[in-house]
Design a protein around this ligand. Structure first.
Ligand SMILES: C[S@@+](CC[C@H](N)C(=O)[O-])C[C@H]1O[C@@H](n2cnc3c(N)ncnc32)[C@H](O)[C@@H]1O
Length: 269
């Protein structure tokens, strides 16, 4: 729930969704046709790919690194050969590289993303890090994964699910490709519930981030979308209900930085 004084202080004006229904037809705060969202999202990430990693650091003041470390710590990948993870909407490879390193370079991770520009940056980074034996890059849609049932030990998705138009389809696919006993972990921006943190966060998001985007990346628009799409995404409890609805069990979540980010966990049992 957004406090009224926040609305007056910042430019924001949208209530959070409680289901995924609106996600298919919302591009940030704009209503779009059902088939229009994905091409618009793709355009955003084609435009930002080259500056994506730098902007992530600037926009989150480096905090995205801590949240990603927390995801990998909770996943706790084993240090043995043959363990396989799928990182969906994996973009430039941040999660995959951390998983591989945490496994002592034993794990294998498929980085799947719909956007070749993001994957190209990831592949270049993997080469520089000497991780090409452990990481594959796959261009595909989270809603239709090109993998057999029961293929992976873990499925991760970081700051990706809110960009996927049909969230239920993506969650169903996550469940399908995981083996029994497999782990689902989703890191996403969520609902801040700490007074003053919410105030500062709203002002930063709606006023500073688009301006920084303009300054560093030459365009404010993609960053307005990123901020607005955060506001449209269901809050912690609503998203947990969706994860359960997809068939996952023992669904829980942890908040980071007062709920700026939340990490949802579930198991295919
Ligand atoms: C904010 S980036 C997150 C990248 C990376 N996971 C990270 O945490 O740095 C969101 C990513 O989701 C990808 N994406 C959007 N829609 C997708 C879809 N339907 N299927 C797969 N990836 C998608 C975008 O191309 C983009 O790379």
């Amino acid at each position: 729930m957004v406090r009224p004084e926040l609305r007056q202080i910042t430019k924001m004006s949208e209530e959070r969704e409680t289901t995924a229904d609106g996600m298919q037809t919302s591009f940030g705060f704009r209503d779009v046709g059902e088939s229009d969202k994905q091409p618009l999202v793709n355009d955003v990430f084609h435009r930002v790919a080259g500056r994506y990693d730098l902007m992530n650091d600037v926009m989150s003041a480096g905090m995205h690194r801590l949240w990603k470390e927390a995801l990998v710590a909770w996943l706790n990948p084993p240090r043995r050969d043959g363990w396989k993870a799928l990182d969906v909407a994996g973009g430039t490879g941040d999660i995959a590289f951390r998983i591989v390193e945490a496994s002592g370079r034993n794990a294998h991770v498929a980085v799947l993303d719909i956007n070749q520009s993001m994957l190209d940056v990831g592949r270049e980074r993997a080469e520089k890090l000497g991780l090409t034996d452990n990481v594959d890059f796959v261009e595909a849609n989270a809603e239709e994964l090109p993998f057999a049932d029961d293929s992976f030990d873990a499925y991760t998705i970081a700051f990706g699910i809110r960009n996927v138009p049909r969230i239920e389809a993506a969650l169903a696919e996550a469940h399908r490709v995981l083996r029994t006993g497999g782990r689902f972990l989703c890191l996403e921006f969520s609902e801040v519930d700490v007074p003053l943190v919410d105030l500062a966060y709203e002002a930063w998001s709606f006023n500073a981030i688009p301006r920084i985007g303009q300054l560093i990346a030459g365009s404010a628009e993609p960053y307005s979308y990123l901020v607005e799409s955060i506001r449209k995404f269901p809050n912690q409890a609503s998203f947990a209900a969706m994860v359960k609805g997809a068939g996952f069990e023992r669904v829980t979540w942890r908040n980071y930085s007062g709920g700026i980010a939340a990490l949802h966990s579930g198991w295919k049992l």
